[in-house]
Design a protein around this ligand. Structure first.
Ligand SMILES: Cc1cc2nc3c(=O)[nH]c(=O)nc-3n(C[C@H](O)[C@H](O)[C@H](O)COP(=O)(O)OP(=O)(O)OC[C@H]3O[C@@H](n4cnc5c(N)ncnc54)[C@H](O)[C@@H]3O)c2cc1C
Length: 383
């Protein structure tokens, strides 16, 4: 399965590629990774291109793009490195939740600001005791007059310390009922008194960063609550399929870059008087790598097309996410082998792909959770 792009889609992909190629030189990407440099230049270019408005309706300053447009863009951005996909996806996915569940006033306030690049958004669900079992979260918000008072701790929040960031925070607002009936979503300015963000020392994805956040009597006005109180669980679930498929597109884009870099190295590197790519074992590894990436893309496109037709695609998206992340890890691992000792050196990019890929079978629902979901669609009740 491949996709015949229409003229608009072709122009969209080309314009994203041009912008990414202009700014994201190998030196720039290394700086983002090794110095944890915040890529403001990339953000500004996306703003100028109108890219942050892609999936939003025109009335809020957007372009009304669909899930396929988002998937194509995700793949293109991911080619420069999966961390860039997070930089694009995390703010946009969260603002889409405001679009789905916010009041008209909230939509008019937040969405145009995001499209103009004035704010960013991150998400905080995970807690020390609530990972895959995210419903076990303990952080709370308690009503006090016209305000809510938030207390608790979140971990592993991608990009929470970005400048001008609004944390999309899931907390319990009723602990006497199940998480499905007692969770709410709040938008919390990361610079509010009582919010303390600490960047964690991670293996990869150094550019955006992963953070723990402490909330100590943080006060937010009632208009920071998105959707009705206690209905945050619906917000959390409502965008999952789109988010997962665009994220999967980022895996495919980055994995394709891994193949291209490994192939180019195998053509140039000479050992025993010949390019290493002419040793059958290396050539076969490259053939396997491209096959993995092509298969990942096909699953991704199948799921995206189904979603774009408005059909439910839980199984297809879970399969694409599972296969795409596992393929990315496999391909990056093989890329390391092909580059030999040089892959282990920080000035070669393969080690970054390897490090960044390793997060992908864990985040956005682990591979085990994807398998549980796929098995569930097959009528199996997996514990
Ligand atoms: C780089 C990075 C960025 C992240 N960004 C964010 C973010 O922006 N916002 C946010 O809220 N969270 C974020 N996370 C958290 C991420 O979503 C969680 O790490 C993930 O959900 C897994 O939770 P856990 O790490 O607590 O692992 P656990 O849930 O403790 O899982 C440990 C192991 O047990 C397995 N397991 C658990 N339950 C089951 C089950 N029912 N069946 C089979 N196997 C199971 C898992 O698959 C895994 O292998 C991020 C994590 C990382 C590493």
């Amino acid at each position: 399965m491949d996709l015949e792009l229409n003229e608009e889609q072709r122009l969209l992909v080309e314009s994203v590629r041009r912008v990414m190629d202009d700014i994201c030189t190998p030196e720039y990407i290394r700086k983002c990774d090794q110095e944890e440099y915040f890529p403001q230049e990339v953000w500004d270019a996306w703003v100028e291109l109108g890219l942050l408005g892609l999936p939003f309706p025109e009335q809020y300053g957007g372009y009304g793009g669909d899930v396929l447009d988002m998937t194509l863009v995700g793949e293109e951005i991911g080619r420069k490195g999966y961390d860039f996909l997070g930089f694009f996806g995390v703010p946009v996915f969260n603002a889409l939740n405001v679009l789905r569940h916010g009041s008209e006033e909230q939509k008019n306030h937040y969405i145009p600001k995001l499209i103009r690049g004035e704010i960013r958004m991150s998400i905080s669900m995970t807690e020390p005791e609530a990972g895959s079992d995210v419903g076990a979260m303990r952080s709370t918000a308690v009503k006090d007059g016209d305000e809510w008072v938030i207390n608790g701790q979140k971990v592993f929040s991608t990009g929470a310390d970005m400048p001008d960031n609004i944390i999309n925070l899931y907390v319990r607002t009723d602990t006497s009922v199940s998480h499905r009936k007692g969770t709410s979503l709040f938008l919390v300015d990361k610079d509010l008194p009582g919010v303390e963000i600490r960047r964690l020392n991670t293996l990869g994805r150094k550019m955006l960063g992963t953070n723990e956040i402490f909330f100590n009597d943080v006060r937010v006005p009632n208009n920071c609550l998105i959707g009705p109180v206690n209905e945050g669980w619906d917000c959390l679930l409502s965008g999952l399929l789109l988010e997962r498929i665009v994220t999967t597109a980022g895996y495919a884009g980055n994995a394709q870059t891994v193949v291209e870099q490994a192939l180019s190295y195998a053509r140039e590197r000479q050992q025993f008087g010949q390019p290493i790519g002419e040793f059958q074992s290396i050539a076969h590894m490259l053939a396997d790598m491209q096959t993995e990436v092509d298969a990942a893309r096909m699953l991704m496109l199948r799921a995206a097309l189904k979603l774009a037709r408005g059909e439910t695609a839980l199984r297809e998206v879970s399969q694409a996410k599972l296969f795409g992340s596992e393929a990315f890890v496999k391909v990056a691992n093989m890329g390391m082998q092909i580059l030999g000792g040089y892959s282990y050196m920080m000035e070669f990019d393969m080690q970054r792909h390897f490090r960044d890929s390793r997060s992908t079978t864990i985040t956005a629902g682990t591979s085990q959770m994807q398998r549980n979901m796929i098995a569930g669609t097959m009528g199996l009740k997996v514990r």
